[in-house]
Design a protein around this ligand. Structure first.
Ligand SMILES: C[S@@+](CC[C@H](N)C(=O)[O-])C[C@H]1O[C@@H](n2cnc3c(N)ncnc32)[C@H](O)[C@@H]1O
Length: 219
């Protein structure tokens, strides 16, 4: 799907750090807490077709497949290096996951698969405003009517402590792309894209700022 391999921020902010991603994320984000909450919120079922936008090393798609082995799970990411890590993890786990190379703003091309749930974690804080907007809109367009959107990402940083801790992420991923998230832009973009019942379901403080889970529905 993707023609451009350069115009994205790699998983840990720099391509050389990508192999360290899984260990770093475990320490820096209270990963078990927010990922388990996200999987519970997504509640994958056998009949679901779920696309994970910016799937990275594939941790979330593997968790979803474990809960619902018959579900169709697709991981989408523009970075061939991170997709190789994800494919290797899926192979080691012996599970069948469809991996596609592509940007968030291209995900509507998967609509023909009958997508019931579009999910994403820790992606939009890394992307420029134009890609946040286009990505959320493309997730809306990819979904079947009444399909669900589930996002976990750094959201509104509500306290001085969380704003201070979030500066570590801003140093890694750049101030320009991360600031709109910290100011709480994601739910607004979801509503603008046409999602209804947009809800911030939980806010989880972490050593690098607070991570919010969002749930919305295609009207
Ligand atoms: C911080 S990692 C998160 C990976 C994974 N979702 C997770 O929860 O561990 C961000 C991922 O988003 C991908 N990415 C960056 N820009 C993107 C874009 N415009 N569209 C889709 N994915 C993008 C990166 O390649 C990277 O794998």
């Amino acid at each position: 799907m993707a023609g451009d391999t350069h115009n994205f921020t790699p998983a840990l902010g720099h391509a050389t750090l990508t192999p360290l991603y899984d260990s770093a994320i475990a320490v820096l984000t209270r990963e078990g807490r927010w990922r388990n909450a996200l999987v519970q919120q997504i509640a994958p079922k056998a009949t679901d077709v779920i696309v994970d936008v910016g799937c990275g090393t594939g941790t979330l798609v593997l968790m979803l497949k474990r809960v619902a082995p018959s579900a169709t799970i697709i991981g989408l990411d523009p970075d061939p290096a991170v997709l190789d890590l994800a494919k290797a993890k899926a192979q080691r786990a012996g599970v069948e996951i469809i991996f596609e190379r592509g940007f968030a703003n291209e995900v509507q091309r998967l609509a023909e698969l009958g997508v019931t749930k579009a999910v994403s974690s820790l992606v939009f804080h890394q992307t420029p405003m134009s890609e946040k907007r286009a990505g959320v809109l493309a997730m809306h367009d990819a979904l079947l009517p009444s399909g669900e959107l589930h996002v976990a990402d750094y959201g509104l940083q509500r306290t001085p402590l969380m704003r201070t801790l979030f500066r570590q992420i801003q140093r890694l991923d750049g101030v320009e792309n991360t600031t709109p998230n910290a100011e709480g832009v994601l739910p607004r973009l979801m509503s603008e894209a046409g999602f209804v019942d947009v809800t911030e379901t939980v806010v989880i403080p972490t050593p690098t700022g607070s991570i919010s889970l969002y749930l919305a529905r295609k009207g």
